[in-house]
Design a protein around this ligand. Structure first.
Ligand code: CDP
Ligand code: MG
Length: 726
C-alpha cells in the first residue's frame, strides 16, 4: 500500500523533520501465527512540524481547491465501505472469519480472554454469535459490560438494529438511572457499575449464561472489582461462561489473573497511520484543535470544552462560507442525549466532511467509521486521589502513550490515515506515562467498599484484586464510612449503611439524602441531588451572548450557595411546566434539565425502599443546608487570612469563579467537589455554620478545631453584595 510521502502533504521536501522509526507491529497475528513468530512488523513515518507549519498545512487543507474530492483513492475506499449493507458489514468485520473458532474456544473454556483491535467486532458481534449458538436458551441472558454509559447505549442500539428488533426487547441496555430492558431481553449491555449492583439482588448472577467484561483494558474501578467477584462466582457456577474482552493492550495480565485463561486473538486489520508531532510545545491547544481536514476527522478534547470547540468550528465555517465544502461538526461525550449520539454514526452526505469532537470515549469504546484524520491534543481528565487527605480531584493531565496510540489508531480503520499530535515527539517519549494507572489506585473507594460490605465481603484486605488499591486508601474509605455512620466500630454494616447502599449514588450523596429525612426536606434535597448529578452542565454560555447568559445566571442567585441556586433553577423550571422555551430564554440547558428530572424521578422512586417520606421544608433553607452538611462534612473549608483552607488538612482551596459565593466569601463552606485546573477549585459550594458540623458529625469534629482564630468577622472582600447581584 502506498503511503503518502511528506511531499504530498503540501510542503516542500525538507520542510518536515522526518524521523523514521520502527515501531511494534500494529497488527497482531492469530495466536498460533504469533507463537510462530510471524508477528508482522510495520514501519511508520513520524514527521515533526513547526507549530506554524502545522497551522499552515492545515489552513491549506481547508481552503484547498477541490477539498470535496478528498484524495481520490481514499474516498473511493471509504465510499465502498459505507455502501455496504449492514449484513455485509457484519461479514466484513475482522472477527467474522473466526466465528466458529471463537465459539469452539468458548465451548471448551470457562474463562477466555479475547483481544482485538478497536472496531474488529468484539462488542457488537460476540453476543450475537453466542445467541445464535444457543446460549440464551431457557431465557438465560448474555450480559456485556461497558465502562461508559454512552457506549452501552450506542452498541445496544446498533445490535438491535443489526438484529432488526426493537431496542429494549431482545436487546437492551441498563445504565444508572435508565433501564431500557424488558422481560424479553436476552442480550443486555450495561455499565460495569450496573452489573456490580446486580450482585446485590442476584449474588450468583444466576440468570446469566455468559458475562462479557468488555473494554477490560480501561481498568475502571468497577471493572476491576467485577474481575474479583466474577472470578469467585465462576468457581461454583461451572456453567457460567466468562469472557474478558480488551483492545490490544495488557491481555497477558488478564490471562494471568484468571488462572492462565487462554487468550483468543482476533488478527487486526489496520491501515498505516502517519504520525505528526509539533516541533515546539503548543500551549493553547484548544485553538489548535480547530483544524479542519478535507475528510472526516476526530479530535479528542475535554468534555467541558466540547461545546465551545464545536461552536468555534462552526463559527469558522460560517466565515469561510462557500469557500469550503460542507462541514458537519458533531460532538460526542458521556452525557450527550442519544438522539444526538446517533448522529456521529450517520453516513456523511456526498461532498461533505465530518468532524467528530470527542472525549476519550472515542478512544476504544466507540467505533466511528470513515475517520481519516485524528487530531490529538494529548490531554485527558483524570481523577486523582490523595489518600492522606482523602481529597479527590479531577486533573487535566497528559494522556498515556497507550491512549495516544489508541487515538491514532482511530485514523486507520478503513483507509490509510494521519494523526496530528499537538505535542512534541520529546513530550511523547519523556512526559507521557506508558499506560494509565488503573482507577482503583487513584480514587476514593467509599462507594465500592460500601457495596462489598453489603455483599457480605468483610475482609477487603484479602479481596482478590488484580492490582490492589493502596492500603491507606482502603483504610480511609473504612474510616469515612464509619464517620458517615455506615459502618460500626467493628467495621460492620449498620442499618443506615444498608439503606445507603440501596441508593445508586456515592456514600456522601446517599447520606445527604437519608439525612433529609431527619431535617424534613427530602423534597428539596432530592432535587439538589439530581441537579448535582448532571454535573456542571446546567448553565449555557454561548460565546456571542456571554453577557446575556451571565445576567440570566445571576437572576437565579439566592442566598446560601450554589446548591440552593440549583434548587431554584429546577423549581422555576417545574413552574414553567418543564418548558423548553423557558430554558432557552434563561440560558439553561434543556437536555441537562430533562436528565435531572429523570434522575430525580428515579431517586424518588427509591425513597419507598429506604423508607424516607418525601416532604418539603416549606421555604426554610437551613434544614436543607444541614442535610448537605450531614453528607459532606468531609468537604469543609474555612476562610482564614490567606484564603480558604480545608478544616482537617489545612489545604489551600479556592471558590470557583462560577460560584454564586465567589465574591461573598463566607467564613465556612462545604464544597461538592474539588477540581484542579489552574488551582484547587471548589465547585458547587454552600455556606454553613460551624456549629452544624458538631451536630451532624460529633464523632468526627471536636469543638476545639472549629473555633475561629479571631472572634471578629472577617472584613468582606470588595465586590457586589447579594442584593446588588439579585
Ligand atoms: O468492540 P469492537 O471495538 O471490537 O468493535 P464493535 O464495537 O463491535 O464495532 C464493530 C463495527 O460495528 C464497527 O466497525 C462499525 O462498523 C459498526 N458499528 C456501528 O456502525 N455503529 C455502532 N454504534 C457500533 C458499531
Ligand atoms: Mg468494543
Amino acid at each position: 500500500r502506498d503511503v503518502e510521502t511528506p511531499m504530498e502533504l503540501g510542503g516542500e521536501q525538507g520542510r518536515w523533520e522526518e524521523e523514521r522509526l520502527k515501531t511494534a507491529s500494529l497488527s497482531f497475528g492469530a495466536k498460533k501465527e504469533r507463537e510462530q513468530g510471524m508477528r508482522q512488523e510495520q514501519e511508520k513515518y513520524q514527521l515533526i512540524l513547526e507549530e506554524d507549519e502545522m497551522i499552515d498545512f492545515v489552513s491549506t487543507a481547508i481552503t484547498m481547491k477541490g477539498t470535496t474530492e478528498a484524495p481520490s483513492s481514499r474516498s473511493s475506499e471509504i465510499q465502498a465501505f459505507m455502501k455496504q449493507s449492514m449484513q455485509e458489514v457484519r461479514r466484513s468485520l475482522p472477527i467474522f472469519p473466526y466465528r466458529e473458532d471463537l465459539l469452539a474456544a468458548i465451548h471448551e473454556h470457562q474463562i477466555l480472554v479475547i483481544e482485538g483491535e478497536t472496531g474488529s467486532g468484539k462488542t457488537t458481534q460476540i453476543p450475537q454469535y453466542l445467541l445464535e449458538d444457543g446460549y440464551t436458551k431457557g431465557g438465560m441472558k448474555i450480559g456485556c459490560t461497558q465502562p461508559r454509559r454512552v457506549a452501552a447505549m450506542s452498541v445496544a442500539a446498533r445490535v438491535a438494529e443489526e438484529m432488526s428488533v426493537k431496542l429494549g426487547n431482545e436487546v437492551g441496555y441498563s445504565i444508572r438511572f435508565e433501564d431500557c430492558t424488558s422481560e424479553r431481553t436476552v442480550l443486555k449491555y450495561m455499565t460495569d457499575g450496573m452489573l456490580l449492583r446486580e450482585f446485590l439482588t442476584e449474588p450468583d448472577l444466576a440468570s446469566y449464561s455468559v458475562i462479557i467484561i468488555d473494554e477490560a483494558h480501561e481498568r475502571t474501578l468497577h471493572t476491576d472489582i467485577l474481575f474479583g467477584l466474577i472470578k469467585d462466582i465462576a468457581r461454583f457456577r461451572s456453567d457460567l461462561k466468562v469472557l474478558v474482552a480488551s483492545a490490544t493492550l495488557d491481555t497477558e495480565r488478564f490471562s494471568c489473573f484468571f488462572d492462565d485463561a487462554p487468550v483468543f486473538r482476533i488478527p487486526g486489520r489496520r491501515f498505516p497511520v502517519d504520525i505528526y508531532y509539533t516541533k515546539n510545545k503548543i500551549y493553547c491547544y484548544k485553538e489548535q484543535v480547530l483544524i479542519m481536514h478535507p475528510s472526516s476527522c476526530c479530535t479528542f478534547v475535554l468534555q467541558e470544552e466540547i461545546e465551545a470547540c464545536c461552536e468555534l468550528l462552526q463559527e469558522r465555517c460560517r466565515r469561510l462560507g462557500s469557500k469550503i465544502a460542507e462541514l458537519l461538526v458533531l460532538p460526542i461525550y458521556a452525557n450527550l442525549p442519544s438522539d444526538m449520539q446517533a448522529k456521529i454514526f450517520n453516513p456523511t452526505p456526498p461532498g461533505a466532511r465530518k468532524v467528530v469532537v470527542a472525549t476519550n470515549i472515542a478512544e476504544t469504546s466507540l467505533t466511528i467509521d470513515g475517520i481519516i484524520y485524528v487530531i490529538d491534543p494529548g490531554f485527558c481528565k483524570q481523577k486523582s486521589y490523595n489518600a492522606r487527605t482523602g481529597m479527590e480531584s479531577l486533573i487535566v493531565t497528559p494522556c498515556s502513550r497507550a491512549s495516544a496510540n489508541q487515538r491514532a489508531g482511530r485514523a486507520g480503520r478503513v483507509a490509510a490515515g494521519k494523526c496530528f499530535r499537538l505535542y512534541t515527539a520529546w513530550a511523547f517519549k519523556h512526559e507521557m506515562e506508558e499506560t494509565t494507572v488503573p482507577e482503583i489506585q487513584r480514587t476514593n473507594l467509599g462507594n465500592v467498599v460500601l457495596l462489598l460490605k453489603s455483599l457480605g465481603i468483610n475482609d477487603l484486605i484479602h479481596f482478590d484484586f488484580m492490582d490492589p488499591p493502596p492500603h491507606e486508601t482502603l483504610v480511609l474509605a473504612l474510616e469515612q464510612l464509619y464517620a458517615l455512620g455506615a459502618l460500626n466500630h467493628l467495621g460492620e454494616l449498620t442499618k443506615l449503611g444498608r439503606r445507603m447502599a440501596e441508593l445508586p449514588v456515592d456514600p456522601m450523596l446517599s447520606k445527604m439524602i437519608l439525612a433529609s429525612e431527619q431535617y424534613k426536606c427530602s423534597e428539596e434535597v432530592l432535587t439538589i441531588a439530581a441537579m448535582l448529578s448532571v454535573n456542571n452542565s446546567i448553565f449555557y454560555r454561548p460565546k456571542d451572548k456571554v453577557v446575556h447568559a451571565d445576567n440570566a445566571r445571576m437572576n437565579f442567585v439566592v442566598p446560601g450557595g450554589d446548591h440552593l441556586v440549583l434548587l431554584n433553577v429546577y423549581t422555576q423550571w417545574v413552574e414553567s411546566g418543564y418548558s423548553t422555551q423557558w430554558c432557552y430564554e434563561n440560558f439553561i440547558q434543556f437536555r441537562s434539565m430533562r436528565r435531572a428530572r429523570d434522575v430525580r424521578d428515579q431517586l424518588e422512586g427509591l425513597m419507598d425502599r429506604i423508607e424516607v417520606e418525601v416532604v418539603s421544608s416549606q421555604g426554610d433553607n437551613i434544614p436543607i443546608r444541614k442535610a448537605v452538611t450531614a453528607g459532606y462534612f468531609y468537604h469543609t473549608a474555612r476562610l482564614s487570612k490567606g484564603g480558604y483552607k480545608t478544616v482537617k488538612h489545612q489545604q489551600t482551596v479556592y471558590v470557583h469563579p462560577n460560584s454564586s459565593l465567589f465574591e461573598e466569601q463566607p467564613r465556612w463552606l462545604i464544597y461538592h467537589e474539588l477540581v484542579f485546573t489552574t488551582k484547587e477549585f471548589m465547585r458547587q459550594v454552600i455556606e454553613i455554620e460551624s456549629g452544624w458540623l458538631l451536630e451532624v458529625a460529633p464523632h468526627y469534629y471536636k469543638s476545639k478545631e472549629l473555633e475561629d482564630s479571631s472572634s471578629k468577622k472577617m472584613p468582606r472582600k470588595q465586590g457586589k453584595t447579594k442584593e446588588e447581584l439579585g
